[in-house]
Design a protein around this ligand. Structure first.
Ligand SMILES: CC[C@H]1O[C@@H](n2cnc3c(N)ncnc32)[C@H](O)[C@@H]1O
Length: 480
């Protein structure tokens, strides 16, 4: 690995980034660091995550973001008070995610004119440092920036100086599922800037948490692909001095597989941190409640939310990202958002003293998912010949890393997932994943078993049926 970006080079490159929108001129590293140091520790995301992990609890966090500052603050206060959120988000709008601040500005004006949010998130860059600080001052729990931005350099500069103490995303996970034309080297280097900035805060005594966007496309992503990508983003981040990192996993729906994947991800990540000599990193996990299609019916939606809460609680995930009964409709009302949190809170509280029953299937799932993820990471490292960025670029070009249903033209898209008869996500088409015959047989055998039960050959039709299954009230897609 090539190590931290040179400090002088990094500081020099900030000038160009801060000039890309007028609010960039408000950012000063010294002022941002002093602002964080003046905040009470219970408002720091990394500090609270460490405490949550030590206490062995599963913290709950929603997604939330609206166009206007006062409404956004009111929304967050409501989710904290009514929803009992342990952590709060600020979900950023889609224009800002594409650096289209002019259109975000128009969205603010339209929202003022219409008296309702005309953006699907909070346009933090247009508001700038001081309104961000108002958000932090008006709530009592730590706040995280959640978005989907391939080039998040200015967003990070403003929100971190604005007192946010966690930043979601990465050069892979906020490119491949979110963009069509952004080269991986560009997004990874832009995210190395973000991680270097967070490394700078850490060097000056301010811990900022980083979280990978585990769910990726949120549609039947094989857990081993998620785990491999998480580990690569972890290595890229700690290389730049990040000290607090949350590994993310999207729920698949089969309990054994989900719990095994979360545990396997931590074990493998710790192995790689040790191997590359990064011992002083606080590692935590986040489990995302089902990220695929949701039922429109709210009672059914609550069942899906509850099932995600059960898996997170039994896996002892440090944090669970909560869905809402409006998932199938769009941006939720604050009441619906709080309902998702209350459903999750009830489950997490009821399960906090129960433990997942370790069983043979779980142990096999964990062994196999680690074997698969390790094969992907190892081939990526080999391809890089010491240069992690080159390795990742080459791995995607070769299909060694391949995310199903990703829009990016830099993703090969040759793999096909499908559920087996127990609802576990398996791989129907391996593409160029570097998996040996033992792994391939493990998947093939289970898909064959489903085919026999359904009286049909494992096929693309199964994939289609699975994509609509949960929205239609099932887990495994049934032939029409
Ligand atoms: C990662 C995608 C998910 O984020 C959620 N989301 C996106 N924007 C918002 C938003 N503005 N408020 C609440 N939830 C949101 C929604 O569940 C969506 O499926």
């Amino acid at each position: 690995m090539k190590g931290k970006i040179d400090l002088e080079k990094f500081l020099q490159s900030r000038k160009e980034v801060l000039a890309t929108w007028p609010t960039g001129a408000e950012v000063s590293l010294e002022d941002g660091i002093n602002y964080h140091k003046a905040l009470p520790p219970e408002k720091n995301f990394a500090v609270k995550l460490k405490k949550v992990k030590e206490e062995g609890i599963t913290a709950i966090q929603p997604r939330a973001g609206v166009a206007l500052l006062n409404e956004h603050i009111a929304l967050l206060k409501y989710l904290e008070k009514e929803g009992e959120a342990d952590f709060l988000p600020t979900t950023i709008d889609s224009y800002t995610r594409q650096n289209r601040y002019q259109e975000a500005q128009r969205g603010i004006e339209e929202s003022l004119a219409e008296g309702r949010s005309m953006l699907n998130g909070f346009p933090a860059v247009n508001y700038g440092v001081y309104p961000c600080r108002k958000i932090i001052e008006e709530v009592n729990v730590p706040v995280q920036v959640r978005h989907g931005t391939p080039d998040a350099r200015l967003l990070a500069e403003i929100t971190l100086a604005g007192g946010f103490s966690s930043f979601e995303g990465g050069g892979i996970t906020y490119n491949i599922p979110y963009a069509k034309e952004v080269p991986l080297r560009k997004s990874i280097e832009d995210w190395q800037y973000v991680d270097r900035l967070i490394g700078y805060y850490a060097e000056h005594g301010v811990l900022i948490n980083r979280e990978s966007f585990g769910p990726l496309t949120g549609t039947l992503v094989p857990p081993s692909v998620t785990i491999a990508i998480n580990i690569l983003e972890l290595l890229l981040a700690v290389e730049q001095g990040v000290k607090s990192f949350t590994l993310g996993l999207g729920q698949c729906g089969n309990l054994n597989q989900d719990v095994a994947a979360l545990h396997g991800m931590v074990e493998l990540a710790e192995e790689y941190l040790k191997r590359f000599g990064f011992q002083d990193v606080d590692l935590t996990t986040v489990f995302h409640q089902w990220m695929g299609g949701f039922p429109q019916d709210e009672a059914r939606a609550f069942a899906v939310i509850a099932w995600g809460a059960v898996a997170a609680a039994l896996a002892k995930a440090n944090k669970v990202i909560v869905k809402t009964p409006h998932e199938a409709l769009g941006v939720p009302t604050k009441e619906a958002n709080a309902q998702g949190l209350k459903t999750t809170r009830q489950i997490v509280n009821m399960l906090k003293d129960q433990r997942f029953m370790v069983n043979e299937e779980y142990l096999l799932e964990k062994e196999m998912v680690k074997k698969e993820a390790r094969a992907i990471v190892e081939r990526t490292l080999e391809l890089g010949e010491g240069d992690l960025v080159a390795g990742i670029e080459r791995a995607f070009a070769a299909g060694v890393i391949d995310v199903p249903f990703a829009p990016s033209r830099f993703n090969l898209g040759k793999i096909l997932p499908a559920r087996d008869d127990t609802g576990a996500v398996r791989i129907l088409e391996f593409g160029n994943l570097p998996f040996d015959s033992e792994i391939r047989e493990f998947h093939r055998e289970r898909l064959k078993r489903r085919g026999e039960k359904e009286g049909r050959e494992p096929s693309f039709q199964m994939v289609i049926d699975d994509i609509y299954a949960i929205g239609k009230g099932m887990l495994v897609g049934k032939p029409r």
